[in-house]
Design a binder for this molecule. Structure first.
Ligand code: CA
Ligand code: CA
Ligand code: CA
Length: 628
């Protein structure tokens, strides 16, 4: 388009649409040539209606669902910073906390501490990454992500938080030098049921032929790769995938499915762009790119031996993520395939579509689309759209991230949102995740279990449904954790125990099971039930060297930590100050570090500090002075 020439609004939108999507999903080249800047300049000269409710106005959900805005530029400063500063990837950790990768390379932890469905606490887990389009926890808690330096090689990075302070302190490049210098990048990654990490690697070119001076297709481009992260090595699983951006493993059959985005740009005439795809990934298969995109056509040489897609979408609709609907709200929709469509055609916003997946790994798979979409995003501006989906492993709420590559004059108008979608009425019901531990040997002396919860009220009780027995229940280290004791009588013999949580007003959660496994013929003696002992304690502010020997009334203790040292603290030990259980920053058998709370320094006096083990055994008491 000639920028000097007056153009109609529809032409501007068309170009902006093409480029905006190109920038995120398709091309490094477009960005490095300044297309994003050009788009931004073009669009700031267009007046968007300044609706404060822009983020909810055009959004509709299917009957039986509700939604709200979990995160937006008004409660996540990063989202307000700029175009491109929004969410591009999401993953839940084992504690049910949402980790979000932003395009400029931060990993945020967004927590809704009061359970109203909207985040109210932001922690920065990591910075300094670039385009973390993939974000995936391994079962051991390590966080894996893709990082894509602009115009540089793609990387797979492992982050660890070794001291439990919610800040990554160990960063390791597991794989370097993936061929991401061309038009597409290293996309999402997921661990398979075989323990290997699978990653989508986009092509270098739009349609197979590099532009002058640009990289050609190389080994690993346009492929799904398998990585052995413990002994880093790469193998090619499948080829001919132009940009396998979204991917997911089926929770039951373990098969891998990916999206693929077709070549060609919107707005070019004639528009011969191929259909967009969902593919079932089979080891050794070729999916057609370049030369045979969309369903293979008989007689075209490039289509010989090509495995066709199991679902297609109109050209340019761009599927961006796949998730399988699991969890306590999925019910008769369990394991349906959820797909976000960026759907960047003029006048369209994007949606979260759902499909019934039928078939098997012997005979192949088919998809049947269910109408209407779970959530439909009307047009706010031509460029934004949904990019990722994650399902809360505790409640089953569906989270969808929407990304906007266009700078708006009003920062709160950046369309960087995370929506929370759930079944109508589910917010009034408690939910629980799987208990930890999940099993114990028969004949043990009793066991303390912990469950992560949603919508649990004060006084809620973990209930042993199998024995019709309420368990001794207390709050764990966060609002979202209940700890309860299964007595020896319940675990005397091999069996499965069904657990649920009951709120005081009678609402009951989903059920989870706890396994009592075959006991040893000569069981080891139970561990001695030791009483914790406190030997010393101190308070520090920010740094451990900055020790305070007392507290003062009214001081803001947010940055203060209480350190207690002693012996025989067990894994579930609580740090109690005047019987308030502090949120723990770290714990060991000889030391606990807890976060003080302002409620403790409202009046002068002495605070009683104790440690209580999960067995209920409580330590001696030390005193901490609060001076006027
Ligand atoms: Ca909240
Ligand atoms: Ca750390
Ligand atoms: Ca294909």
């Amino acid at each position: 388009m000639d920028l000097a020439k007056p153009v109609s609004r529809s032409e501007i939108r068309c170009t902006a649409v093409t480029k905006g999507v190109e920038v995120l999903l398709r091309s490094h080249r477009a960005r490095s040539l300044g297309a994003a800047t050009a788009v931004a300049l073009l669009l700031t000269s267009i007046s968007f209606s300044n609706r404060s409710s822009a983020q909810t106005d055009p959004v509709t959900v299917a009957p039986g669902f509700e939604f709200n805005i979990f995160a937006d530029p008004t409660n996540v400063p990063d989202f307000a910073a700029s175009s491109f500063s929004g969410p591009v990837s999401m993953a839940f950790d084992s504690r049910g906390r949402l980790f979000v990768g932003t395009y400029p390379g931060k990993i945020l932890i967004l927590v809704d501490t009061d359970g109203d469905g909207r985040l109210d606490q932001i922690k920065t887990f990591a910075t300094g990454l670039v385009q973390p389009l993939g974000l995936e926890f391994r079962a051991n808690g390590d966080l894996y992500l893709t990082s894509n330096p602009l115009g540089g090689a793609g990387r797979i990075v492992r982050l660890r938080d070794t001291n439990g302070d919610d800040v990554a302190d160990e960063s390791t490049i597991i794989v370097d030098s993936l061929p991401s210098e061309g038009d597409h990048q290293t996309d999402r990654l997921k661990f398979g049921p075989d323990g290997f990490l699978y990653v989508g690697q986009g092509s270098s070119t739009d349609a197979g032929t590099p532009a002058p001076g640009r990289p050609a297709e190389r080994l690993y481009n346009a492929s799904v790769l398998r990585i052995d992260v413990d002994n880093p090595s790469i193998s090619v699983v499948a080829t001919g995938l132009r940009n396998p951006f979204g991917m997911a493993f089926h929770p039951v059959n373990g098969q891998l499915f990916t999206t693929d985005g077709g070549s060609g740009e919107l707005g070019q005439l004639p528009d011969n762009a191929p259909l967009e795809e969902i593919n079932w990934i089979v080891q050794g298969s070729n999916y057609g790119f370049p030369g045979c995109e969309g369903p293979p056509v008989a007689g075209i040489p490039a289509c010989a031996g090509v495995r066709g897609p199991i679902a297609t979408f109109a050209a340019h609709l761009t599927p961006t993520s796949i998730a399988f609907y699991t969890g306590p709200q999925a019910s008769d929709s369990t394991n349906q395939m959820l797909v976000t469509l960026f759907k960047h055609l003029p006048g369209q916003g994007g949606d979260l579509e759902r499909f019934i997946l039928t078939g098997d790994a012997v005979n192949g798979f088919q998809t049947t689309k269910i109408q209407p979409s779970i959530i439909e995003f009307g047009l706010i501006d031509p460029n934004d759209g949904p990019v990722d989906t994650a399902i809360d492993p505790i409640s089953g709420d569906i989270y969808v991230a929407r990304f906007d590559p266009v700078t708006h004059r009003d920062l709160s108008e950046h369309h960087h949102f995370i929506y929370r979608i759930h079944r109508a009425g589910s917010d009034s019901l408690p939910f629980i995740g799987a208990p930890r531990p999940s099993a114990i040997k028969a004949g043990s002396a009793g066991v303390t279990i912990s469950v992560v919860t949603r919508h649990v009220k004060p006084g809620a009780v973990v209930f042993d449904v199998s024995d019709n027995l309420p368990l001794a229940t207390r709050q764990g280290s966060s609002n979202f954790e209940l700890v309860a004791d299964l007595p020896a009588s319940a675990i005397a013999a091999e069996r499965t125990i069904t657990l649920e949580v009951r709120n005081p007003e009678g609402t009951r959660s989903n059920q989870q099971t706890f396994a009592v496994t075959k006991g040893d013929s000569n069981p080891p003696p139970p561990p001695p039930d030791k009483t914790p002992q406190l030997t010393s304690m101190f308070v520090y502010k920010k740094k451990r060297a900055n020790v305070w020997d007392q507290l003062f009334v009214g001081v803001n203790v947010k940055k203060f930590r209480l350190v207690v040292d002693g012996t025989d603290f067990d894994a579930g030990a609580q740090l109690l100050v005047n019987n308030i259980s502090l949120s723990l920053e770290s714990s060991s058998t000889t030391e606990l570090v807890g976060q003080l709370v302002n409620a403790l320094v409202q009046a002068p006096g002495e605070l009683s500090v104790q440690v209580r083990n999960s067995t209920g055994k409580t330590s001696n008491t030390l005193k901490l002075t609060v001076s006027p």
